[in-house]
Design a protein around this ligand. Structure first.
Ligand SMILES: NC(=O)c1ccc[n+]([C@@H]2O[C@H](COP(=O)([O-])OP(=O)(O)OC[C@H]3O[C@@H](n4cnc5c(N)ncnc54)[C@H](O)[C@@H]3O)[C@@H](O)[C@H]2O)c1
Length: 397
């Protein structure tokens, strides 16, 4: 008989696009091997009760369904919550969840703006026994994990430059209806940067590459869109942002570009990371999800990139054969496993070392994006404020 697993009672608040993805990842827990913990979906919350059916059809473990998220916070049937609601609700919901003592995997950008993010971080600091993390799944792609390994091994020599980005294209269609992600009051002033920035920044920030300064080029390309009634409504969010950043870590000083585009013709959720160095370079894009390109260089030798097709090499071992492909939903499952591992074992006791994006990393993201907004407005280079030293958010249980 296998040893019993610790069951972690999990609730989901926000049952839209991401709420369902996370639930589906939970249903696929049997995919993972050798874990002694397991999330069980016990509670769901959304103001739209029409979304309950799909969950109830697929999860017989649900005990609580509600249109008032506070019900999850007072429920003994909930230990941890995944929260995927629009950005204007992040501060209130996340603070309430953390203060209720439930562990939180919250969606990015972790607050609609810097002030909202500060409120969340204050709640984190006041509740150190609560595990709090930000959703960011792309670093769990096998190639991304390899790149993290190369950075730790200091393979690059002197870093020449870094480029990271997340590219979408569906907004190229001017007839695409407006939704909350294109409304400043719900999505936030950051626009595409708040939506996509954490994806591009998670690995750079984890590696200590918070830029010193930024010059942002922000673009609004489609300025109005049809609403649900077919009338044209103003579309005030930034569509595309290119951030030219100066990173200085003391022993490395290099330019880093961060691209967050809603209108990148032909791209469907393309995440990429490129690091060029004097001794080693690497390039990866989810457009070619298996293929990792690298170049080793020694002075005087030929400069030749090589490509390797990676198989299913994952942070958490799975039943999938090593030759098969890895995709978006696999990365979400790996991220969910990392969060649950942190809940079950604490960050220092996790069964593998790559933990989810931290509250501090979301704060660094906000510091950069706030500076980027000012840079875009004033057309000048803006210094990024340093991470506040008063914050000690190492967290864990
Ligand atoms: N990690 C990723 O790859 C990824 C991808 C897309 C979106 N996101 C993030 O996930 C979050 C949600 O995005 P989405 O695409 O799932 O949005 P969505 O619009 O599909 O879902 C949001 C849900 O929140 C619900 N909601 C709104 N107000 C509520 C309230 N007061 N109480 C309870 N529920 C409420 C809505 O009814 C809706 O079902 C955002 O923070 C977004 O940035 C992350």
């Amino acid at each position: 008989m296998p040893a019993p697993r610790r069951k972690i009672k999990a609730g989901i608040i926000g049952l839209g696009l991401m709420g369902r993805e996370l639930a589906s990842a939970t249903a696929r827990w049997c995919h993972l091997l050798n874990l002694d913990f397991e999330p069980v979906i016990t509670a769901i919350g959304d103001t739209n009760p029409a979304l309950f059916d799909w969950f109830e059809q697929n999860f017989s473990t649900i005990r609580l369904k509600t249109t008032d998220y506070h019900d999850l916070l007072s429920s003994p049937d909930v230990e941890a919550i995944y929260c995927a609601v629009p950005h204007n609700l992040h501060a209130q919901f996340y603070v309430d969840i953390i203060q209720s003592g439930k562990h939180l995997l919250g969606e990015k950008p972790f607050g609609i703006d810097l002030e909202a993010n500060r409120q969340i971080l204050d709640a984190v600091a006041a509740n150190p026994h609560v595990v709090v993390a930000c959703s960011s799944e792309f670093p769990f792609f096998p190639a991304a994990q390899r790149i993290v390994g190369y950075i730790h091994q200091k393979r690059f020599g002197r870093i020449i430059e870094v480029g990271s980005g997340l590219l979408h294209s569906s907004d190229l269609d001017p007839n695409k209806k407006i939704n909350w992600k294109r409304m400043v009051e719900i999505n936030g002033e950051y626009g595409c940067m708040g939506d996509l920035g954490m994806h591009a920044l998670h690995i750079p920030l984890r590696m200590g590459w918070l830029p010193e300064n930024v010059r942002a080029l922000l673009r609004k390309i489609v300025t109005e869109r049809p609403n649900a009634q077919g009338e044209m409504a103003p579309c005030r969010t930034w569509d595309n942002a290119t951030l030219a950043c100066d990173v200085n870590t003391g022993d490395q000083h290099f330019p880093m570009t961060i691209q967050t585009y809603r209108i990148a013709p032909g791209e469907t959720n393309t995440w990429y990371l490129r690091i060029l160095g004097t001794e080693f370079s690497v390039e990866y894009t989810t457009k070619y999800p298996k293929t990792l390109r690298t170049m080793d260089y020694e002075p005087g030798r030929e400069q030749a990139w090589q490509a390797v097709d990676l198989g299913y090499e994952t942070a958490y071992p799975t039943i999938t054969g090593g030759i098969f492909e890895f995709g978006f939903s696999d990365s979400l499952l790996q991220m969910w496993a990392a969060f649950m591992d942190q809940v079950a074992n604490g960050r220092d006791g996790m069964t593998q070392p790559f933990y989810c994006a931290t509250p501090e990393e979301t704060h660094q993201q906000h510091l950069l994006l706030t500076a980027a907004l000012e840079s875009g407005r004033a057309s000048r280079v803006v210094r990024v404020a340093g991470i506040e030293s008063r914050l000690d958010l190492s967290g864990g249980i």
